[in-house]
Design a protein. Structure first.
Length: 270
């Protein structure tokens, strides 16, 4: 087996949805699944890790074995800040999966800010899911949002691979507003951008049917609308119009929070 799929858990119902999505992703890849719970150290602590954390991970692993019999799965409790732990876990991983928001309010648990911070730092693609995403599993196309940025270019490979693994069509969406030129450099003709983004991938993924969709409007609204019929949405972490000081683009943050299907956020790491 190659690189593992990692899933972060916090004991919430939403994190069990993340576990199911991660198990399905591992099965598609023929990869092992690693279930991780990050426990923020609290002093004084008589027992480290907390027995409740071990139980949480054990229950998540048991759930994996129930929904994906035969999948090789391991579970671990790691002491440390949630984002730092998951960033380290992302280094050897092919994909890391988290809930878009966890139970909240308790130290060490997955909070709404965790997926955003992780997507800005992860060394592999990050999939975020919500409990309501169960209905979208296995239905509809994979949707790819592109804008010509380096992160967007990196997302193309991920989207094609996901479409091939899922045996789903790929819809490539580029939203543009004629009166708003991108901040970085001169605007590229929209048709040319779409053609360039997918060039050469047909040979690598001959079984993937590609549809190109040019939308006149804001990227956030276009991608959220496309996500209604999709089983997965893939975007770059930061777009061309992102400000240099921001860790994650506003569009990627919006779709991670509001999309109607799981979202994979891709960051260029080289």
């Amino acid at each position: 087996m190659g690189e593992p799929v990692v899933v972060g858990v916090d004991g919430s119902a939403m994190s069990l949805t993340a576990v199911e999505a991660a198990a399905a992703a591992a099965v598609r890849r023929g990869a092992e699944l690693r279930v991780v719970h990050a426990e923020v150290p609290i002093k004084p602590r008589l027992v480290v890790p907390d027995p409740a954390s071990r139980t949480l991970v054990h229950n998540a692993v048991s759930h994996v074995r129930a929904v994906a019999p035969g999948l090789v799965v391991t579970g671990v409790v790691v002491t440390g800040d949630v984002v730092h732990v998951l960033e380290a876990e992302s280094r050897p991983a092919e994909l890391i999966v988290v809930a878009s928001r966890g139970v909240g309010g308790l130290a060490g648990l997955m909070l709404g800010s965790t997926p955003v911070s992780l997507a800005a730092r992860s060394h592999c693609p990050v999939m975020t899911v919500r409990e309501t995403h169960r209905a979208s599993a296995g239905a509809g196309p994979v949707v790819l949002g592109i804008d010509g940025s380096s992160d967007s270019d990196e997302a193309v490979d991920v989207a094609f691979a996901e479409a091939a693994q899922r045996r789903a069509p790929l819809v490539v969406v580029h939203a543009w507003q004629p009166d708003k030129a991108p901040v970085e450099g001169a605007p590229e003709p929209t048709e040319q951008l779409l053609a360039r983004a997918t060039a050469g991938h047909a040979d690598t993924y001959p079984g993937v049917t590609v549809t190109r969709d040019l939308v006149d409007g804001a990227a956030r609204e276009a991608l959220l609308e496309a996500s209604k019929a999709a089983q997965l949405l893939v975007v770059g972490a930061r777009g061309r119009s992102g400000l240099a000081g921001l860790l994650l683009g506003s569009v990627s943050q919006a779709v991670m929070t509001h999309a109607h299907c799981p979202v994979v956020t891709v960051r260029r790491t080289t």
